[in-house]
Design a protein around this ligand. Structure first.
Ligand code: SF4
Length: 212
């Protein structure tokens, strides 16, 4: 049955629902999922600067990427209006995220990225229909790379919207959230992976859904 919209919710009911979304994230493919309070969400202008220096190939190509995605200051205001979020991660083989990657690695990484977007979209949607109608989620990477690599972003064209409104979201990093810092705050081991090869034990793809 559809969740009735309410003005208030008891703490016990809220905690029950948060546990349900945490379990759901794992059932959908997350390696770990945590219920966090929003004071654990670290927002830092330096994160967004990393989209520009060195400039990401997706910068300015999608409505969900800088400079079109929310500025860190807007993100702070948004996050302040929530109390709880589900923060999750998917562990992936290091070679899918680090160094020069062959086409097979890129294809495999794309599959993991789609799972991440699906988790964010599903939690956001289920929370919405449970009555948490302001729930909002963020993924990682760029939706341009995941969904529209062969096409221009339709959401940047006047009068058109996103081709994948139920899947594509801004990444946590595009709106200034410091995923590395937040991962360490919940005791996840996470490693900086970039263009250099790495012997890190694994890579991490993360996402978050603000519930209430
Ligand atoms: S999924 Fe495609 S159309 Fe939607 S915002 Fe991303 S690039 Fe644009």
């Amino acid at each position: 049955m559809a969740g009735k919209i309410r003005n208030t919710i008891s703490e016990s009911e809220l905690q029950q629902d948060l546990q349900k979304y945490r379990t759901r994230a794992i059932a959908l493919g997350a390696t770990d999922a945590q219920i966090i309070t929003t004071d654990m969400v670290m927002i830092d202008e330096r994160v967004r600067a990393k989209c520009m220096y060195p400039k990401c190939e997706h910068f300015g190509t999608s409505a969900n990427c800088p400079p079109y995605s929310m500025e860190p200051e807007q993100t702070r205001i948004l996050v302040d209006r929530f109390r709880y979020a589900i923060f999750y991660r998917i562990k992936v083989p290091t070679e899918l995220l680090a160094g020069k990657r062959p086409p097979e690695a890129l294809a495999s990484q794309a599959q993991f990225s789609k799972t991440r977007n699906q988790i964010t979209a599903t939690l956001e949607s289920e929370a919405f229909y449970d009555g948490y109608y302001l729930a909002v989620g963020f993924s990682g990477g760029s939706c341009k790379g995941s969904f529209c690599s062969e096409k221009d972003c339709s959401a940047l064209e006047p009068g058109k919207g996103c081709r994948f409104p139920l899947l594509a979201r801004s990444s946590m990093e595009a709106v200034g959230m410091d995923v590395y810092f937040m991962a360490t705050a919940v005791d996840w081991d996470i490693y900086p992976l970039g263009r250099a090869p790495s012997d890190a034990p694994h890579g991490t793809l993360a996402g978050i859904v603000f519930i209430y």
